[in-house]
Design a protein around this ligand. Structure first.
Ligand code: FES
Length: 80
């Protein structure tokens, strides 16, 4: 799997935090520190992005990942 350097924006506003954003950040950090992704991903925590009904919210590769899970985010990373 070849992935060029990507940014992942994780909302850590209050609603997203209540919906597991903190845990999601930990999972993504662990997943992106493993071999095929190591050094390719930068995780950026953001303030509320005003889409709280979709919490936890992540933006990756220009996609809004609503009710995000680490699995959903990693799948989006594989998209060309
Ligand atoms: S708290 Fe995450 S979008 Fe509002």
């Amino acid at each position: 799997m070849q992935i060029k350097r990507e940014l992942i924006f994780v909302c850590t506003g209050s609603d997203c935090k209540k919906s597991g954003a903190k845990n999601l950040c930990k999972e993504l950090k662990n997943a992106t520190n493993t071999v095929p992704l190591k050094g390719q991903i930068k995780l950026i925590k953001t303030k509320c992005m005003d889409m709280c009904k979709s919490a936890p919210l992540v933006i990756v590769k220009g996609y809004y990942c609503k009710k995000a899970s680490s699995l959903k985010v990693l799948e989006l990373l594989k998209k060309p």
